[in-house]
Design a binder for this molecule. Structure first.
Ligand code: FES
Length: 159
């Protein structure tokens, strides 16, 4: 992501504040730092995660798992591609209606990216698993016999 000089300076100033031998690297402090970072950049960029881990003597893995666990924290550009089948055999199982329902649920038309940039919606004519339709893929994960309710459950894992 592109960062301005002001953002970089503000981030450095913020992190310097915590860079003392007296600062604990407990979860509360790390969450506070991640939130302050997000306030500066709009999300917690990967490069800054490494820097926070270094200064706070923590690890990238711990910080990333915190970002995943705390719904108010947003990692950098986690755009997932949702590829929905619009082939005839899936349509026989009401895939067109499902596509419309998913567009409505995510408030995003096919061909575009959701407002939070987490998902892009695409269609493809046949995903070659016709017997399991309606089918869709999220990134490289394949899902069949899809319903809107099932989709709502599954998509939560990718947020
Ligand atoms: S028509 Fe949907 S997978 Fe073939």
């Amino acid at each position: 992501m592109i960062k301005s000089e002001e953002q970089k300076t503000e981030f450095k100033r913020m992190l310097d504040y915590y860079d003392t031998p007296f600062t604990s690297n407990d979860q509360g402090t790390l969450i506070t730092i991640l939130k302050e970072t997000q306030k500066i950049f709009g999300c917690v960029p990967n490069e800054e995660i490494l820097e926070i881990a270094r200064v706070m003597k923590s690890s990238e893995g711990i910080l990333k798992s915190m970002i995943r666990r705390f719904p108010s924290l947003l990692g950098e550009s986690a755009t997932h591609t949702i590829l929905m089948c619009n082939g005839e055999r899936c349509e026989n199982r009401k895939s067109f209606q499902l596509i419309k329902d998913i567009e409505k649920y995510l408030d995003c038309p096919v061909g575009q990216t959701t407002k939070d940039k987490k998902f892009e919606l695409k269609t493809q004519h046949c995903l070659r698993r016709c017997m399991e339709g309606p089918n869709l893929n999220i990134d490289s994960d394949q899902y069949g016999a899809m319903t809107l309710e099932k989709f709502k459950e599954i998509v939560r894992k990718y947020k």
